[in-house]
Design a protein around this ligand. Structure first.
Ligand SMILES: [Zn+2]
Length: 132
């Protein structure tokens, strides 16, 4: 079994194969569907037809099933969901909601275990990852 991604609230899976399907709202209140890649550190993304987003724009991601907000409680530039690996081990994936900003953290037991992306240094607050 491959890794699965689930909503932290309703626990339904939000990926179809290698695509993570999210609802996004941009700064103008426009809503769209955003597809992210399941491979951590791969920043390819796809958007539904009428959703406009430019480099540097901030979106708010939410669950496509229960509409729960994925925005990180401590830093609204970040979002989070849960990854369940092949051995049923769970980790939080925390990533930027700013389009073009590449930073992703994998957090287990309240410690950042892995990180990806060229903009990690923008998030250096030592205790931000204690808050989901
Ligand atoms: Zn949900």
């Amino acid at each position: 079994m491959e890794a699965k991604f689930v909503c932290p609230d309703c626990r339904n899976s939000i990926n179809i194969g290698n695509d993570i399907v999210l609802i996004a709202k941009n700064e103008f209140g426009q809503k769209g569907i955003v597809v992210l890649h399941t491979l951590l550190g791969n920043y390819e993304s796809k958007f539904s037809a009428d959703f406009t987003i430019l480099e540097g724009d901030q979106v708010k991601f939410s669950c496509p099933i229960c509409h729960s907000n994925f925005t990180h409680k401590k830093n609204d530039r970040l979002a989070r969901f849960i990854r369940i690996d092949e051995e049923e081990k769970e980790s939080y994936i925390v990533f930027s909601q700013i389009y073009g900003e590449k930073c992703t953290y994998k957090i287990e037991e309240k410690e950042a275990m892995e990180s990806y992306g060229e903009h990690l240094n923008r998030y250096t607050d030592p205790d931000w990852f204690m808050w989901f």
